[in-house]
Design a protein around this ligand. Structure first.
Ligand SMILES: NC(=O)c1ccc[n+]([C@@H]2O[C@H](COP(=O)([O-])OP(=O)(O)OC[C@H]3O[C@@H](n4cnc5c(N)ncnc54)[C@H](O)[C@@H]3O)[C@@H](O)[C@H]2O)c1
Ligand SMILES: O[C@H]1[C@H](O)[C@@H](O)[C@H](O)[C@@H](O)[C@H]1O
Length: 337
């Protein structure tokens, strides 16, 4: 059986996911697309040679009889409305991060999903499917470095466009670390503080860049994440976990090494699209396979989206207060265990 997919948002990652669902992943077919920019939606159909219909909006795409499941790749603030509509229609939905723009929005999704009685939502936290992060998780679970004490991370983008704001450093960028780190060390966040080092001259007027998030967990682990989205030199994701018996570190993305003219060279990636290609493939294949074999998604859930949203709200509050802000999570409902 081939799952018929409708895609909402045909921008950068929308097109990436359409390409992989069409050419890499087994068992899915794009039958519907929509975008507030209808020309972009139509262009996408032509670009990938899709046998698909362009719908005028997300609600009509979700309601279409031939759409079995929905992929949401629109702008973050638009996600909540589309996810709620998919839940109301009883359709499974893969939603790119963030699940919702606020913790209150994520909670509305959790409440609606629980009321529907069926798990329908998967959030696009693809780092959980990345071989490097999986290796770190296994090492920690096997006590290879003893109890984690500290985590040091960097999330660097070469540049960002003019729409990118100081808050997006949290909701769009840090959100990846927010999700993957508590999962990695099996711990819960307790508080966060955000510091702003000297601003880079490369940032557009009004954008605070870089930023440093310091998260503390219930077990006393201190996590520092540098978010630097105008670093210029490339797309660079670093993660090192310091334990009581040793250290584990995310591998460098492997590019060939060249020895030439008295130099040893290895190029650095320039674009997020290339860093997690395999992880995106695996997460979307897992989404499709789980719907077919189990009837529900089994990847990062709406509850994971809620945890990330509560944490992101506290980070955003910490950006303006300059204080350590508490991260107050509700108890995980039995529905998500
Ligand atoms: N997991 C990842 O690594 C990753 C990478 C990139 C982007 N993302 C996330 O994916 C989402 C899209 O990012 P992008 O880089 O593709 O942005 P983009 O601006 O390139 O594309 C977004 C598209 O959505 C459309 N859109 C906006 N609101 C809409 C609505 N209500 N209905 C239909 N279409 C709508 C826009 O017209 C645009 O074409 C963001 O939430 C972003 O955080 C995730
Ligand atoms: O939407 C993108 C994407 O999520 C990338 O993985 C991240 O590095 C960027 O900062 C963000 O803007």
């Amino acid at each position: 059986m081939v799952l018929k997919i409708g895609v909402i948002g045909t921008g950068a990652i929308g097109r990436e996911h359409i390409d992989r669902l069409t050419n890499t992943i087994a068992g899915a077919k794009i039958v519907a697309v929509t975008d507030v920019n209808q020309v972009a939606a139509q262009d996408t159909i032509e670009m990938y040679g899709l046998d698909a219909v362009v719908y005028p909006d997300d609600h009509r795409l979700i309601a279409a009889d031939n759409v079995d499941a929905v992929v949401i790749t629109s702008w973050g603030p638009a996600h909540e409305e589309s996810v709620l509509a998919a839940i109301a229609a009883g359709k499974a939905v893969f939603c790119e991060k963030p699940l919702a723009a606020t913790a209150a929005g994520a909670k509305r999704i959790v409440t609606a999903e629980m009321a529907s009685g069926t798990k329908l939502v998967q959030v696009g936290f693809m780092r959980r499917y990345d071989a490097g992060y999986l290796g770190l998780k296994e090492a920690i679970a096997n006590h290879a470095i003893g109890a984690p004490l500290m985590v040091h991370c960097a999330h660097r983008n070469p540049t960002v466009d003019e729409r990118y704001s100081t808050e997006m450093a949290i909701s769009d960028t840090l959100i990846h670390e927010i999700d993957v780190l508590h999962w990695l060390i099996a711990d819960d966040y307790q508080s966060v503080r955000i510091d702003f080092p000297r601003n880079t001259k490369q940032a557009r007027e009004g954008l605070r860049d870089p930023q440093i998030a310091t998260l503390k967990t219930k077990n006393g682990v201190i996590i520092t994440v540098e978010i630097f989205v105008n670093c210029q030199y490339g797309y660079d994701i670093q993660c090192e976990i310091v334990g009581e018996d040793g250290i584990v570190k995310l591998p460098e993305f492997s590019n060939i090494i060249t020895r030439k003219s008295g130099q040893l060279r290895q190029s650095i990636l320039a674009d997020w699209k290339d860093r997690f290609t395999r992880a995106y493939d695996v997460e979307l294949q897992a989404f499709i396979d789980a719907l077919k074999t189990k009837g529900e998604p089994t990847g990062p859930s709406a509850w994971d989206g809620y945890i990330a949203a509560v944490t992101a709200d506290a980070c955003i509050a910490a950006q303006t207060s300059g204080q350590e802000e508490k991260i107050d999570l509700e108890e995980m409902p039995a529905f998500y265990r």
